[in-house]
Design a binder for this molecule. Structure first.
Ligand SMILES: [Zn+2]
Length: 207
């Protein structure tokens, strides 16, 4: 929903740093998978709409209500691309995350997040991992980070979730900041280590 602003912001940021840059080169820097750098991306759009019908022509008319959900996915590694948004018919970068996610290395954190039990949809069964990840880090926990819930402990009306999280950041400080901003309850990081990047996808514009 902020794609338009994000796109303008990104252009402004780049203009400050890079005086002359061709538009195509500009786009290529972020229009790629943040994990494997593949440019083999696809967009999944789900649209639901209610439209009036023109009584004379039978044509679809004025929109009464519409919902559009769009997800960009990498065809090579199948991962979602939360640094990209679909707006007005084109893909735009998300200003506060694309530079961090494209030009960085994966970091693995061992941590706990303490959340209200009522914010956890379910803590048992096949959906428990997703529900605990979402309660701990919101959308970051289910769409961006690679989140593994090791176990959880109930403490009266709170739940302490023990997690292993992999995220992309340019430094340990940035990784810590991102985790702190995403955490939906008190966060304790017990270890944080830099990993090596997965191999880049071959092909694309590298030749
Ligand atoms: Zn990929």
């Amino acid at each position: 929903m902020f794609a338009r602003d994000a796109s303008l912001g990104a252009a402004r940021t780049r203009a400050n740093r890079i005086i002359v840059m061709e538009r195509s080169a500009e786009v290529r820097s972020w229009l790629r998978c943040y994990r494997c750098w593949s440019q083999n991306l696809e967009l999944q759009v789900h649209y639901e709409g209610i439209h009036r019908i023109d009584a004379d022509t039978g044509e679809r008319g004025e929109v009464i209500d519409e919902i559009q959900e769009a997800v960009v996915q990498c065809v090579d590694c199948m991962h979602d691309q939360p640094h990209l948004r679909f707006h007005d018919g084109r893909i735009a970068p998300v200003e506060d995350s694309w530079e961090r996610m494209i030009a960085s290395a994966p970091w693995v954190a061992s941590c706990t997040v303490t959340v209200d039990a009522e914010d956890v949809e379910t803590c048992s069964g096949p959906d428990a991992g997703d529900a605990l990840s979402h309660a701990s880090f919101g959308e970051h926990g289910t769409r961006e980070f690679f989140t593994h819930v090791r176990f959880h402990k109930h403490d009266e009306d709170r739940i302490v979730v023990h997690l292993l999280v992999e995220l992309y950041a340019r430094s340990g400080e940035e990784a810590t900041d991102v985790l702190e901003a995403a955490a939906r309850g008190p966060l304790t990081i017990t270890s944080l280590a830099e990993e090596s990047r997965p191999p880049a996808a071959t092909g694309g514009d590298q030749h």
